[in-house]
Design a protein around this ligand. Structure first.
Ligand SMILES: [Zn+2]
Length: 261
């Protein structure tokens, strides 16, 4: 089994709001991977929470890791629902959980054993699955992409679509959004490698178009996850005002996890 991880904040001194973990069992094959991208709150209006996004992603990520690793019979959608419930309960008494910008995160979760690779993707993070023949499949939840760009450029209009039917869903306070996640199972014999990417890393493909998903996976395998992040940072620095490559943030938190199960 090979596991490589790199994660980096978009710009100092802001904290890195991505969160990632990999657990492997002591008793042989298999493991679980979690990658979260915390949604940055707006400068004005707050988020109704006294704790902040890093607190939220740590709580959610910790619960996802524990449940997916120790309750292997539990479907990943149930793992996500229970982790959201636990995290919401941890600040229900101190925070306004009905606030539209209550701390929330995108989710990639993968759990594998000798027979099967299970996956779950919610909101705009990406999972790449490579077959033994070298074919790369990108698993994405494209609800956010289906919202017109003109709407996505307006924070208030985008907020109105958060966790509402016809909009897009993130892990926040409602356990039922787990059922909206993109999920699947693949025979382990059909997965040679996999890569989880938060959107700050996926912009190497999606924004800067320096290669396709297969190129991305090949780069990470050969040169490591940090190299992908370094290349994204170089592309961001070459276009700091987002003129050539329009994007929300000039620099974004980026996380890359590579696994050969
Ligand atoms: Zn809170």
């Amino acid at each position: 089994m090979r596991i490589d991880i790199a994660t980096a904040p978009g710009s100092h001194p802001r904290p890195n709001e991505d969160w990632t973990a990999v657990a492997t069992p002591s008793a042989g094959s298999g493991g679980t991977l979690i990658a979260l991208d915390g949604v940055t709150p707006p400068r004005t209006g707050g988020d109704g929470c006294v704790h902040g996004v890093p607190w939220f992603t740590s709580r959610l990520g910790g619960a996802l890791t524990e449940l997916s690793a120790s309750r292997r019979e539990m479907p990943l959608t149930d793992v996500l629902g229970e982790a959201i419930r636990r995290t919401a309960d941890a600040h229900r008494d101190t925070c306004d959980l009905s606030h539209p910008r209550t701390p929330q995160a995108t989710v990639v979760m993968v759990r594998w054993d000798a027979g099967t690779v299970e996956h779950l993707v919610l909101s705009d993070s990406t999972l790449l699955l490579e077959s033994p023949a070298g074919e790369v499949r990108a698993v994405v939840d494209d609800r956010l992409d289906r919202i017109p760009r003109s709407v996505r450029r307006q924070a208030a209009a985008t907020d109105a679509l958060r966790n509402t039917e016809g909009g897009f869903f993130t892990a926040a306070v409602d356990p039922d959004v787990a059922a909206k996640a993109v999920t699947g199972r693949t025979p382990a014999s059909e997965v040679r490698a996999l890569v989880a990417l938060t959107d700050g890393a996926a912009r190497w493909v999606e924004v800067f178009r320096e290669g396709d998903w297969a190129d991305c996976l090949a780069l990470v395998r050969k040169s490591g996850p940090q190299e992908l992040i370094d290349r994204v940072r170089a592309a961001e620095s070459a276009d700091p005002d987002g003129v050539a490559f329009r994007r929300g943030k000039a620099y974004d938190d980026a996380t890359v996890v590579y696994v050969e199960p």
